[in-house]
Design a protein. Structure first.
Length: 337
């Protein structure tokens, strides 16, 4: 896309990924940006004052029309979501995000939007393909026959189909990425919607600051995942939007770790060693999941490659500063101490 290619709408701009996307678009020279979220502005993780910021509830059709007027490109990153603790206990809320994507697609059609990006998720994948920790990475075709994560995953799969049919029937160039566990600074790290990397950073920091050298881990710690650093997510999102890829594609790292290994890395960054307890009753999601990146390598000649250790260090540092911003000692620990 060239930087004069028309107004860009970022939905969910007050959230984690949307906030980073707006910041990156500005860095790349795009100036005609409309940023929309339902949250009060003071709760946005990042707010760029040089763009048009609107507070709208995008489940509402007229709000989607307000947001989409004069727009050439839509990034839909707005959804009611969180980590496993949230999505396993709020299935109806997660499914209601279908209203956002549906009304946005209808508005995009009405206002002749050129390109439309939808943020889907690895939660669309069939649960039966994710029952062991020793995983075979998930290929795009593994989403069918469909048996996704209940609630959140079904909404994502349905919305992918809506995007597909709006492309086939109405000619909107819809693009879809299936994100695999995104993490980084300027995101949720407490309150119940946080995901594993941020939650573990927070718990390690809490243990460090309180002197109570213990950590509770959800599950038995041997479940496996891959985690994608936010910079890779933002680049991949823009590249997928600009591509000819009409089918949903994985956007994730394939650096597989157990949750115990994730804790090892964060402990090392924090310079502490904690006594681990395992909460086997807590929500833990599928047993193992990794991203097969064959297609993204083939079509984009690129894949997310930020090392988990490097991304976690930046994330830990940001969360540490947030938690410690009351004015106590904000200096980072010396590594390995
Ligand atoms: P986030 O919760 O930080 O951001 C989502 C934003 O959408 C929030 O700021 C929220 O206020 C906004 N929103 C929710 N309902 C809205 C509404 N009705 N109207 C307007 N705004 C509304 O989440 P995120 O991590 O930035 O995720 C962005 C997208 O990526 C979501 O669609 C999510 O499902 C998808 N995704 C994220 C991950 C991940 O690991 N973060 C993984 C897979 C998919």
């Amino acid at each position: 896309m060239d930087t004069n290619s028309g107004k860009i709408l970022v939905c969910g701009a007050g959230g984690f990924i949307g906030g980073h996307l707006v910041a990156d678009l500005l860095k790349l020279g795009y100036t005609d940006i409309r940023a929309v979220d339902q949250k009060p502005f003071k709760e946005w993780y990042q707010q760029a004052h040089e763009v048009e910021n609107l507070r709208l509830d995008l489940q509402d059709k007229s709000a989607c029309e307000r947001a989409s007027r004069d727009v050439r490109t839509v990034y839909n990153l707005a959804a009611d979501m969180g980590g496993m603790g949230f999505i396993e206990n709020n299935r109806a809320l997660c499914m209601l995000s279908v209203l956002i994507n549906t009304h946005l697609l209808m508005a995009a059609q009405k206002f002749n939007v050129d390109r439309f990006f939808y943020a889907s998720s690895a939660c669309v994948y069939a649960a039966e393909k994710q029952v062991t920790a020793d995983v075979v990475a998930l290929k795009e075709a593994d989403a069918y026959p469909a048996m996704p994560e209940d609630g959140y995953g079904w909404e994502k799969l349905f919305s992918e189909r809506m995007c597909r049919h709006f492309r086939e029937d109405f000619g909107i160039a819809t693009r879809m990425a299936r994100y695999h566990n995104v993490y980084g600074p300027f995101g949720t790290y407490d309150g119940g919607r946080e995901k594993a990397p941020a939650a573990i950073c927070r718990k390690v920091i809490q243990a460090k600051l309180s002197g109570k050298r213990e950590i509770e881990i959800w599950g038995d710690g041997s479940q496996t995942r891959s985690f994608m650093y936010i910079d890779d997510c933002v680049k991949g999102t823009q590249d997928i939007l600009a591509s000819d890829l009409e089918e949903p594609i994985n956007l994730g790292s394939n650096e597989l770790v157990t949750i115990n290994q994730l804790v090892d890395i964060v402990e090392e960054i924090g310079g502490v060693k904690l006594k681990r307890t395992y909460n086997l009753k807590a929500p833990k999601g599928v047993r193992g999941r990794n991203s097969d990146n064959t297609l993204i390598r083939k079509y984009l000649g690129w894949e997310p490659s930020t090392k988990l250790r490097d991304g976690l260090e930046k994330t830990y540092r940001w969360i540490y500063d947030q938690m410690n911003s009351a004015g106590a000692d904000t200096t980072m620990p010396v590594l390995g101490v």
